[in-house]
Design a protein around this ligand. Sequence first.
Ligand code: BG6
Ligand code: MG
Length: 224
Amino acid sequence: MKLEAFIFDLDGVITDTAEYHFLAWQALANDMGITFTREDNELLKGISRMESLEKILEIGERSSDFSEAEKEALASKKNDHYLTLITKISPSDILPGIKELLTAIKANGLKLGLASASKNAFTVMDSLELKDDFDVIVDAKTITNGKPDPEVFLTAAKLLGVSPANCIGVEDAVAGVEAIKSAGMYAVAIGAGESFPLADVVYSETGELSFAKIKGLFEKEKGI
Ligand code: BG6
Ligand code: MG
């Protein structure tokens, strides 16, 4: 057993697109007369576009008001808005500490994977100019079961040719941490400690991430 790879979530970990997802969903909810708060949004992190819409309709008690075609149109409207919000994303939008962590991972000969629930993952990675730094990118278009199912993380590990037990997953979503743990990986969470009882270690922000510290904690846990 030895550390072989890091597998990152994208939205809210590598860049703050989690905020743009929130703003776009909130605008759609407002249009429908539904109050949608930042607190409500925590439940949407890491889950697919259609599941997010279903949760918003549940919050507004409007779950049975729309046909499937109407729901598709609402999800598309949110996505169009989201796409306008991310047009100006550039490498300067990479969150603090991430570039340094990615560099240390590569310098230590480890593999790098992305496991995102977003269908826009390639677009965002392209704008951040990070696509070529990753050995594999798995997004919502590639998998059948979204987070908290472990499929996206297991697929990334398989494509990297590494054992899940030798991987560290990094997430900002409760559903994402659940997916990492179900995949049998070590989980690093970004956010409020009390939100992530399943995580192996929690940092309140990406600026606190340190390759040496995380590797040390992983090795201690595994008794290496
Ligand atoms: C996840 C985000 O990464 O992707 C969610 O955490 C988002 O907030 C989901 O809804 C789906 O994204 P997209 O870009 O496919 O609508
Ligand atoms: Mg996320």
